[in-house]
Ligand binder design. Structure first.
Ligand code: PMP
Length: 442
């Protein structure tokens, strides 16, 4: 095992001044135990921690680093932009260019508003949906995480799943009472909820393909069914593409699912989602996110309309420059590479676990994939909750000891990048058999 003394010392200092020693709960390693690695630098597919140990990175900052760390084109764009000032509080050209790039990529979008985090994007999309429909209830799915918005924290995935919190303290009953939580991939439950409360429901929000309870793609016809049901009841459909956007295809999950030869070539027969939310990749590792949709719907937002939404750092010039440079690097050949690398690593992980006799299920949504430590299939959150998280913890630590940093939770997607080259992939493949044996040795 490598030396972790510098990380341990920093963690100790951090715990004195920061709750749990971290600024986002899942980083604390509570699900897997041990000392979180404090990263000093990152380049390409590799992280280097403060003790000087290198790891192949399969977190990719939870999605954004699709080109790999410190990609030269992004670094150049950031340095050039920053040299001209960091934030103006006035409109600037990069915001326009990034909005144009996003609108050009995702066919149903006419306008986007830029914000600084995925949480802000979903919170604002929800406010817009409520403002536009004059209704207040919202449907979300158990295991889907949409950020730490009061109304959307009920039965959320991601860190909430890792810590087995049913809900968060501090969310008023009035906020939770407007949230109807249904099982993912269960259209009958959606029909029933609309039959009962259809006139109150402003929107259904769904992860375009779930990645926060581990990876659970929508069952064939699920998104189309949500579109049909919401349209019939005058409710909006919000597709949360914060994780999948520009990762699952050049135009996100929407493009992946509707492209020629896909499930719904040319779009969903009942129409596209009304609103989309984005984050992660479109900020290239900087705080930038967005929500958008048809112009008539977006016109409800201030300054044109009565739905208020704003941000001091929204459309920040440096963040938008990083996002733009990243999206420009998201070429068709990048997606071929992501597909190949995720296929190779996923298949090898599954083989190693099978060899070691560890029950598991590998699931994918385009190049996002995760290994559930349970017999599958996993179609909804309750299936994922049966996982052997102790086995995952042993697997995680054996991978870490062999120089591979997985997400420190059994409920998260693994992310690869354009920088995961042969050396990085070989390092992962070499680590897997031993980690699978460790997982089996419970
Ligand atoms: N929606 C989805 C689908 C996400 O995966 C996340 C973050 N993991 C969010 C929203 C929230 O984004 P942020 O952490 O940037 O607030």
């Amino acid at each position: 095992m490598s030396d972790t003394s510098q990380s341990a010392a920093l963690f100790e200092r951090a715990r004195a001044v920061t709750p749990g020693g971290v600024n986002s709960p899942v980083r604390a390693f509570r699900g897997v135990g041990g000392t979180p690695r404090f990263v000093a630098s990152a380049k390409g597919a590799w992280l280097t921690d403060v003790d000087g140990t290198r790891y192949v990175d399969l977190i990719s900052s939870w999605g954004p680093m699709i080109l790999g760390h410190a990609h030269p084109d992004v670094l150049d764009a950031v340095a050039q932009t920053a040299s001209r000032g960091f934030s103006f509080g006035t409109p600037s050209e990069n915001e326009v260019a990034l909005a144009e790039e996003i609108v050009a990529r995702v066919e149903p979008l006419e306008q986007v508003r830029l914000v600084s985090s995925g949480t802000e994007a979903t919170m604002s999309a929800l406010r817009l949906a409520r403002g536009a429909t004059g209704r207040s209830a919202v449907v979300k799915f158990a295991g889907c995480y949409h950020g730490h918005v009061d109304a959307l924290l009920a039965h959320a995935g991601s860190g909430v799943a890792t810590f087995a919190l049913p809900d968060s303290a501090g969310v008023p009953a009035s906020a939770a009472g407007e949230t109807i939580v249904l099982p993912y991939n269960d259209l009958a439950a959606v029909e029933a909820a609309f039959a009962e409360r259809g006139e109150e429901i402003a929107a259904v929000i769904t992860e375009a393909a779930a990645g926060n309870m581990g990876v659970v793609p929508p069952a064939p016809g699920f998104t189309e069914g949500l579109r049909r049901i919401t349209a019939a009841h005058g409710a909006l459909l919000i597709s949360d593409e914060v994780m999948t956007g520009f990762r699952c295809s050049p135009s996100g999950w929407y493009g992946h699912e509707t492209r020629a030869g896909g499930e719904h070539p040319g779009g969903y027969p009942s129409g596209a989602p009304d609103l989309f939310t984005f984050g992660k990749v479109m900020g290239g590792g900087f705080p930038a996110a967005a929500f958008g949709g048809r112009a008539d719907l977006m016109a409800h937002l201030a300054p044109d309309g009565p739905v208020y939404q704003a941000g001091t750092l929204s459309g920040n010039p440096v963040a938008t420059a990083a996002g733009l440079a990243t999206l420009r690097g998201c070429t068709p050949s990048l997606y071929d590479h992501l597909a190949e690398v995720s296929q190779t690593i996923g298949a090898a992980a599954s083989d190693a676990l099978t060899q070691a006799g560890v029950p598991h299920t590998l699931q994918r949504a385009s190049s996002m994939f995760s290994v559930f430590f349970t017999d599958g299939p996993v179609e909804r959150y309750s299936d994922a909750q049966g996982q052997d998280t102790a086995a995952f913890g042993r697997f995680f630590h054996a991978m870490l000891d062999a120089g591979v940093h997985l997400p420190p939770s059994a409920y998260e997607s693994w992310f690869v990048s354009g920088a995961h080259d042969d050396e990085a992939v070989e390092t992962v493949l070499a680590a897997l058999p031993g980690a699978a044996r460790a997982a089996a040795a419970g």
